[in-house]
Design a protein around this ligand. Structure first.
Ligand SMILES: N[C@@H](CCC(=O)N[C@@H](CS)C(=O)NCC(=O)O)C(=O)O
Length: 229
């Protein structure tokens, strides 16, 4: 039976995340709230979203939640978290489905979470920065091949390890969720097509119903309205 008390309790423990009111990518799913939405969808945890303008992200109320004034954050009851890696890890710890039960397999899946964020994402972000923010610099044309080759070096290693497997280490895990999320940033560059098994890996991630729901939810936010001002 559900009475007012049950509703109150559910309210108090419901998950709220933050996202851009208007994502710079216009809804391509590259803002990092998509990773958190995806993790929550994978484990079947409902969530609310608080949308923030760039100005609100730098104001004291949000800085109290996120010291660097960024999105996403995660709040549940009196717990507030920032950093997508930590948030996805927390979700995976709270629910079955994103980390294996076996201790060693679990440790390996967590290793892939770190590898995605610490080893594979940095050169990809460097490429994104070079294209978006530095393409007008006089040295940009000369530097770009170097930046692209650093991405290729990592992709080659990752492709060799993945080989013809579906996922990085057995069943789909939070490590795959973060790795696919990181690789998504390369989709428009064409570089991923040089590594057919990685392109197929990405497509497998995007085909997951939970990813589709997460993507659709962030797209709906970003196409719903243009904020005033
Ligand atoms: N390492 C952080 C990075 C967070 C981050 O860069 N968030 C971006 C959106 S994807 C942001 O808020 N950018 C706006 C800003 O830094 O002012 C994480 O993984 O959560």
């Amino acid at each position: 039976m559900t009475g007012p008390k049950d509703n109150d309790r559910r309210e108090a423990t419901s998950v709220t995340i933050t996202a851009f009111e208007c994502s710079p990518d216009g809804g391509k799913g590259l803002a990092r709230d998509t990773r958190v939405r995806w993790a929550l969808e994978e484990v079947g945890e409902p969530y609310e979203v608080r949308l923030l303008s760039f100005r609100a992200m730098k104001e004291p109320a949000h800085l109290a939640l996120h010291p660097f004034g960024q999105i996403p954050t995660y709040e549940r009851g009196d717990l507030a978290l920032f950093e997508t890696g930590a948030i996805v890890f927390h979700i995976a710890e709270q629910h079955a489905g994103l980390l294996p039960e076996d201790a060693n397999a679990r440790a390996r899946a967590i290793t892939w979470m770190f590898a995605a964020l610490n080893t594979v994402e940095p050169p990809i972000l460097e490429l994104v920065t070079a294209k978006l923010l530095e393409s007008d610099k006089p040295w940009s044309k000369e530097r770009m091949p170097l930046v692209e080759d650093r991405v290729r070096a990592r992709l080659k290693q990752l492709a060799a390890r993945l080989s013809d497997a579906d996922w990085l280490d057995g069943a789909f895990s939070a490590g795959d969720l973060l790795m696919v999320s990181v690789l998504l940033r390369l989709k428009s560059s064409g570089i991923l097509d040089e590594y057919p098994n990685l392109a197929a890996y990405l497509a497998r991630g995007e085909a997951r119903p939970a990813y589709k729901r997460a993507f659709a939810a962030q797209l709906a936010t970003n196409t719903a309205k243009t904020p005033a001002g």
